[in-house]
Every structure is written in C-alpha cells, then in structure tokens.
Design a protein around this ligand. Structure first.
Ligand code: KIV
Ligand code: ZN
Length: 544
C-alpha cells in the first residue's frame, strides 16, 4: 500500500523528517557521514515515515551519504528515503542515483513560486515556472514512483498561481504536494485557509498527499504545521529539536507530542515510538553541536522539572496536577540504573543491542574497555552514559589528532597552565604547553599550539548527561577559522572530568575542520555562502 493511501485510511499523519537535509543547513551543523548514518538509524527506530537524507546535488559527499542511508536504512520495513533536487535534470539524476538503493525511494523536487523569488532569484516568468515544474516532475516520475513537489515560498505566493502550478504537478505525476512557509511568515489562520483553498481548488487534489513544511522565524512553526494538519495535510515536515536554517524548522517532538497528548481532541495519530524521542534529541544535539535550550518544549532539560514548591506539592499528590505527559512517554526514565563496575561483557553487549547499536566484535571490545574505565570512576552507568560513550568512540569526526595525556594546574595564586600530549596523523607525538585565563582556556591554547588553523571559540557549553556528582559532563564547542570566519566546526566530548571532556570536544572540532579543509568533505562555506534566499544550498535554482 502506498504511503498516501495508508494515511487516508488511517487518519494517520506521516512524519517526514528533514533533520539531515534542512536541519543540517543550520549554521555550524555539518555532520560526518557516519554521524548521518547513525542519526538515520535512530530516526528509523523512532518510527519516522520518511527520512529526507540530504541534497545529493550539493556535493559528491552528500550524494554518497544519501546513498549509504538509502542502502542501509531504507530497507523493506524501514522508512521511505527521500533526496532533494532543484527542478533541474542534473539534480534529479543525482537525487535518483542516491536514493535508488532504498526499498522505497522518493525524489523531492522544488521550485520557487512567489513573485519575489521569480523576479529576483530565478528571473523566470510564471509560465516558465509552470513549464519547468511540469517537466521536472514528469522527469522525476519517469525514474521513481514516489515524487514530492514543493512550491518554495508558497506562504508568500499568489494562491491562484499556486493552484495552477500544483494542478500541473499533479497531472505530471507528483504523489505528494508539500506547502512550505519557507521564511516563516504565515500565521496559523492564514496557513489553514491557504491549505483549505489549495485542496479545494486544485484539480486532482484528492489523489495526492498534502504536506506542510514550516519555518520558525516568528516562533509559529509548530502552530502553523498543526493548522495545516487540521486543514487536511497528512504529512508534516519536521526536524529533531527544530534545528534548521535561521530560526529552524518545525520540531518533530512538538508536533508528535501534541498529536499524541491531544489525541482525543485532534483524532489523529502518527507511527512514532515516543519513547525514542529523548534519545534522538540527545544524539542530534551531540552530533550537530547545537544544544537544546533548557526550556525547550518536550526535550529541554527543564521540560519535566518542577521547581516551585506549590508545583512540587501538587505533583507529589497527583502527577496530573502539573504534568500533561509523563517523562517516561518521551523516554526520560531517570531512575533506571543500568550497569555497574561488576557488569560483564555479556550484559554490556546485550544492553548495546537493546539500545540499537550494531557494533562488530572489535567495536564491542573497544566500547567495553571504555565502559570499564568509566565504571571505575562512576558508580552506576545509565543508557545516556552508554550512548555518550559509544558516540565518543565511534561516531565523531575522523581522529586526525588524538588526545594522549593532559595535565592542568590552576587555582590562586598561580597561572592556569596546561600541558597536552597529542598523537598526530602519522602516529607522531606532539607536546603543547600554554597559559590561559582559566583551565579550559589554557587547554585550548595548548592544543592551538599544535593543531592548525588558528580559531576563535564562539560557543562553549557543558551539561551533565546524568545526575549526581560523578555524572559524565558533555561539552560542546563551536569554533570558527580566525582567517575565514565563514568556516566553522563543532565537536563534542564526554568525560567525568570536564577539562578532559573540553579537550576532547575542542580537538574533535579542530579535526572536523581539518577534514573539511583537506577535502574529505566540502567546506561548509561553499554551501552557506550562496544561500542568499530561502534555505537552499545553492541559489541558482534554474540551474544555469
Ligand atoms: O523551506 C523550504 O521551502 C524548503 C523546501 C525545499 C521544501 O526547505
Ligand atoms: Zn525548509
């Protein structure tokens, strides 16, 4: 059964996750291929219906990453794997090449429809846009049975023109029509009216799935998406933690938990396993380096914390007094202690499997040693600790320089001083020494002593992964190249010692920058520079 039939029959809202495409366009969020694959696996565990795995025409690396996800995650029982393409044959060919190995591939093609974009970006007339949309949807459909079409900047487009373009897209074979509020301009009542209008006036509207894609520039992305759903959309495009271009996209957890918590009122469902939400949120935050604000709905660290005495008293008497959903529903099970110092290899391997990590024997052995080392320093090891440990060991950027030893002296009187020993790409040893304004600053300077390029630290956050004095500290840093501020990188590191976690995070960010500079991936600047309009990696949408 096609996904659109299923959603009509079951009043089911399809969840289209674009964390790896629109989300990855967040400034500083470039992900490595293994990180993308691991996030895709987790999205599949979470139960999303469609993963937009990337924009294959953006670079050979993007194509390769989408191809890998299509091959390894797009199985018979897995999600649909979509690749984005401008309405241009070259883009569509690359998207098809990338998603083809999936059991259920999708090509998602788009062209802008607002007069503003037509005049200043595309320099095309309305009839040229119709012609292009028609031709490219038909071309995509000649390759793939599942084709999504988006009129970019629909929120600011003339509804009458949209009706025309969308009618042609349906006739040319589109199976999903996605309505983007590309610049986050609409209000919920307007967006709802637009959806109703398009569904009523577009010829062939009943034969396709309608989808919504909102941006959060005015903080209305979730409200607008829900308004679209109430007006008949049965696919919603979202990202984990709401990451994305500028103020971000609609966040998956907010839409899903609204549909779940207010099921009686809205009468709609999703296929999401809500207990996987926190885990997915943490993984995306760790890999992208974009932290979650403590007060963020559903996934913020304070989302289930009750501070006021009157609230605590109420919660103790009855959980429902101040909680509309339980922490367990989203996978926040703080009390569960998993493993400890005496746990053996077997128990550890089983826990890894239960957490969904698919590691070979050698990798399990490496992870087990890291676990034992951690268990010496920390009494009880939770799922979150194991996830951080595995992320640290296996899914970070390539370790071009790795940390061997670190010593720091600080306090008053005296100068905070760090001595670091790193092992370089040819197993050679480097020693760096530096004085800083504090211990973390001294560590970063000592690494700068050894590892190019010179950088500026723009973000440094530390948070504890679990509770207690022996908790793992998770540090995220974002740096920019001091000679080229458009070139940025992020890294994270976890350790019970936050100075070591800081060193790991800083080194990971620098390793990522080196990897980009040496061409294993394109420079983030290549894609960001040209995003002058909307949120696409390249602005020459007409492909000329
Ligand atoms: O925001 C937007 O318009 C997009 C489209 C490519 C769907 O991301
Ligand atoms: Zn978008």
């Amino acid at each position: 059964m096609q996904s659109h039939e299923r959603s009509h029959h079951m009043n089911r809202v399809l969840i289209f996750d674009t964390t790896l495409r629109d989300g990855e366009q967040s400034p500083g969020a470039s992900l490595t291929s293994p990180e993308k694959l691991e996030i895709a696996r987790q999205l599949s565990r979470l139960g999303v219906d469609i993963i937009e795995a990337g924009f294959p025409a953006a670079s050979p690396d993007d194509l390769e990453a989408v191809h890998r996800i299509a091959s390894e995650v797009g199985t018979d029982t897995g999600p649909v794997i979509a690749g984005l393409a401008r309405a241009h044959p070259g883009d569509i060919d690359r998207a098809w090449e990338a998603v083809r190995p999936a059991a259920r591939p999708r090509i998602h093609t788009f062209i802008a429809t607002s007069d503003l974009h037509l005049k200043h970006k595309l320099r095309m007339t309305r009839s040229e846009v119709i012609e292009r949309a028609r031709e490219m949807v038909a071309y995509a459909r000649s390759l793939c049975d599942d084709v999504e079409f988006s009129p970019e900047d629909a929120g600011r487009s003339d509804p009458a023109f949209l009706v025309e373009v969308l009618g042609h897209a349906i006739e040319a074979g589109a199976t999903t029509l996605n309505i983007p509020d590309t610049v986050g301009y609409m209000t919920p009542d307007e967006f709802s009216r637009l959806l109703l209008h398009l569904r009523r006036e577009t010829s062939g509207a009943d034969h396709v799935i309608w989808s919504v894609h909102c941006h959060d520039d005015l903080g209305l992305a979730t409200a607008n998406s829900l308004a679209g759903i109430q007006a008949g959309a049965r696919q919603v495009e979202v990202t984990i933690n709401g990451i994305g271009e500028r103020a971000g996209n609609t966040s998956l957890e907010e839409v899903v938990m609204t549909l779940h918590t207010r099921r009686q009122h809205l009468g709609l469902d999703t296929g999401i396993d809500t207990t996987q939400i926190i885990r997915t949120s943490r993984m995306v935050a760790a890999y992208t380096g974009i932290g979650v604000p403590p007060n963020k709905a559903v996934v913020g660290s304070n989302a289930f914390a009750h501070e006021a005495g009157i609230h605590q008293d109420g919660i103790l008497k009855h959980q429902g007094t101040y909680e509309i959903m339980t922490p367990e529903t989203v996978g926040l099970d703080r009390s569960r202690l998993i493993l400890g110092k005496h746990s053996g290899r077997h128990a550890f391997r089983i826990r890894l499997e239960e957490l969904g990590f698919d590691l070979d024997e050698d990798a399990v052995e490496i992870a087990f040693h890291a676990f034992k080392e951690l268990a010496d320093r920390k009494k009880s090891i939770t799922d979150a600790d194991i996830e951080a440990l595995v992320a640290d060991e296996f899914y970070g950027p390539e370790e071009i320089f790795r940390l061997a030893d670190l010593q720091v002296t600080c306090g008053r009187p005296g100068l905070p001083t760090a001595t670091v020993r790193l092992i370089g790409p040819h197993e050679e040893e480097h020693i760096g020494v530096a004085v800083g304004s504090g211990p973390v600053d001294a560590v970063f300077r000592s690494i700068d002593d050894i590892v190019e390029p010179p950088v500026t630290l723009v973000e440094y956050t530390v948070h504890s992964i679990t509770e207690g004095i022996d908790a793992l500290g998770n540090v995220t840093v974002r740096i920019v190249d001091a000679r080229d501020p458009e070139h940025s990188g992020s890294g994270h590191g976890a350790d019970t010692d936050i100075i070591i976690a800081s060193a790991k995070a800083y080194l990971a960010a620098k390793n990522r920058m080196i990897a980009h500079a040496t061409g294993t991936r394109p420079e983030p600047t290549e894609t960001r520079d040209s995003r002058s309009d909307g949120d696409m990696p390249r602005a020459d949408e007409n492909g000329s």
